[in-house]
Design a binder for this molecule. Sequence first.
Ligand code: GLY
Length: 425
Amino acid sequence: MQSRDTPPTTTPAASGAPRTADATYDVLVVGGGVIGLVTAWQAARRGLATAVADPAPGGGAAQVAAGMLAAVTELHYGEEALLALNLAAAERYPSFAAELAEASGRDIGYRRCGALSVALDADDRAQLRELHGFQQRLGLAAEWLTGSECRRLEPMLAPGVRGGLRVDGDHQTDPRLLTAALVAACERAGVTFHRSLAARLRLAGDAGAGGDAGDAAAGRAAGAELADGTRVAAGQTVLAAGSRSGGLAGVPEAVRPPVRPVKGQVLRLRMPGAGAPFLGRTVRAVVRGSSVYLVPRESGELVVGATSEELGWDTTVTAGGVYELLRDAHELVPGLTELPLVETGAGLRPGSPDNAPLLGPTALPGLHLATGHYRNGILLAPVTGDALAAVLTGGELPDATRPFAATRFGRPARHRHEQHEGQHA
Ligand code: GLY
């Protein structure tokens, strides 16, 4: 079990490690979760020699995530800029799913199922009505349904449902299938996997990084040293390690991404295989202030999520977390307690100060970010891959991603420079 206070750390295997690079690439992606993989795949597709450093590529938060593509149903007040990116991502999904299926030979479970947000009492109903008004002002497609209309659509819903919002444009994909497909696509595209944690960012000027501290190239990211002692040299390094992205040693303080772990506990149940489908679409509600969602897959898996807990690095599945999810899900769909509970798990969302991702170049030349996706990592994977591929090949961040530039929380350039000098003089 991990401690809640101690971030996962790694120390380089220092003694006896070679001082020159063991491997050299155009791009090193630090982190092989869904965001790191999509970045590596898209970079390799554009002809860049690309490597990923991760002890278990395809792991991370995507193994727990439900895979809702919920741009409209998960709309939050004050996040209108993020909404535009989420909508662009949702629009990109069908072509992304087709390209990835073609490249990997695998299906990613993209399902155009729609979603229904329901209210269980008068307060929920008022809140949902307000959200509907907000959605309408933003021109989003969401239809108000009465309680009986909701139950006609989803007969397993509780008789007490007081109304709901039907959103036919919010779909789902299966994050486990998605990551498996991305690993396969990366392999086919020639991405090299270094199955070790990145332990320290290399800077041009580090011993063995191809320059000395006094030369003109000093002050440039140049790859990473891995926990197994491998020294990976790269012209461009992408920090895509989810909630761990802020913890890589050697990253100058001024460009360190401000991400934090936000724990989510999730359950997996099995729906009956025969007869009428248990649920046809994603169903969600806010019950006594906590959000609960049920995501039914064609495979028969029913994902119930998620808690949202600021508990540091703790990934313990707690009795309280499971109880609250089952209690709230049972209020929505009473028949759910008859289903086999087949899995519980907890993952860490990479939260950022404005709940939006940090994308593209940092103030340190050669260092890019693809992190901070918080609740939207699965949804934003396609546009993140596109954006990082654009900047890694010398282009600009595409328009939709420009408000989410990695530099937006940065400190003034002078301060950045001083900090960098201080660390590496
Ligand atoms: N987007 C779902 C979650 O973060 O729980």
